[in-house]
Design a protein around this ligand. Structure first.
Ligand SMILES: Nc1ncnc2c1ncn2[C@@H]1O[C@H](COP(=O)(O)OP(=O)(O)O)[C@@H](O)[C@H]1O
Ligand SMILES: [Mg+2]
Length: 256
């Protein structure tokens, strides 16, 4: 018996208008695994990530998270889109962290952390606060609970954004270039938090240009170009001894 994968994508296609930007992606992420998705700008990485929590609808193919179809249910062999409330519920089980932190500016750090658990999950504030404080400790910001986002550095804001996502107790975390907007000296503190999450067994898909991080933390690296996964495999193979010329030339650019 094989365990249900955390993410399973089958022949996923996505158009914007007549522009086919995701062209048949197959991919599996096992529970507790880290997949790093690398590739040039415009290759469809963000679009594919957004399909995983149904922020974008796939035009063909299917995605399942923890064995449940994303956005749809099967009825008499046909796919029917879920109701908005069901979509929101499934989406709330997937944490997403973007390049830009998108914290609520008028709320303190701790208020940012408890907003979704209380509003979406209808949790008791006391429980969400207790967990939120523990998460702030975990990301090294225990003393910032009452601070406003604007008073924090970019690296601190991104660590708050990660803690906010974790406070929903997600099954899966998606990161879309979480360090790309940061000053170089702030990248490490965010990667350290992500490294810790991976070590604790969180299932993660990380779009990143941080090749060192991918080499060290990923179970699998997938190189995406022009809407397809050109090659994927263990980091040592894909990053150290790529089979495809497109992968080699991309790596030569980001590593130079
Ligand atoms: N909302 C959108 N509407 C139309 N085209 C889009 C939209 N988002 C992305 N695209 C296009 O889809 C392609 C893939 O973009 P994206 O998924 O953002 O790539 P990446 O994250 O790899 O840089 C690009 O050509 C981009 O211009
Ligand atoms: Mg992108």
């Amino acid at each position: 018996m094989t365990a249900t994968p955390m993410v399973e994508a089958n022949r996923v296609h996505k158009y914007y208008g007549s522009n086919l930007v995701v062209r048949g992606i197959d991919l599996t992420v096992a529970e507790g695994e880290v997949l790093c998705l690398v590739g040039p700008s415009g290759s469809g990485k963000s679009t594919f990530l957004r399909c995983i929590n149904h922020l974008e609808k796939v035009d063909a193919g299917t995605i399942s998270v923890a064995g449940e179809l994303v956005g749809y249910r099967e009825h008499n062999g046909r796919l029917r889109e879920l109701r908005d409330s069901e979509i929101a519920k499934r989406r709330s089980e997937i944490g997403m962290v973007f390049q830009h932190f998108n914290l609520f500016p008028h709320m303190t750090v701790l208020e940012n952390l408890i907003e979704a658990p209380v509003r979406v999950r209808r949790e008791k504030p006391t429980e969400a606060i207790e967990r939120g404080q523990a998460l702030l400790t975990r990301v090294g910001l225990a003393d910032k609970a009452d601070a406003y986002p604007r008073s924090l550095s970019g690296g601190q804001q991104q660590r708050v954004a990660i803690a906010r996502a974790l406070n929903m107790r997600p099954k899966l975390m998606l990161f879309d270039e979480p360090t790309s907007a940061l000053d170089p000296e702030l990248v490490g503190e965010v990667l350290d938090v992500m490294r810790g999450l991976a070590a604790d067994g969180m299932s993660m898909i990380v779009v990143t240009h941080e090749i060192g991080f991918a080499r060290e933390v990923a179970n699998t690296v997938a190189f995406m170009d022009d809407g397809v996964i050109v090659e994927s495999g263990p980091p040592a193979q894909v990053l150290g001894d790529p089979r495809h010329e497109r992968t080699r030339s991309f790596l030569a650019k980001v590593l130079s």
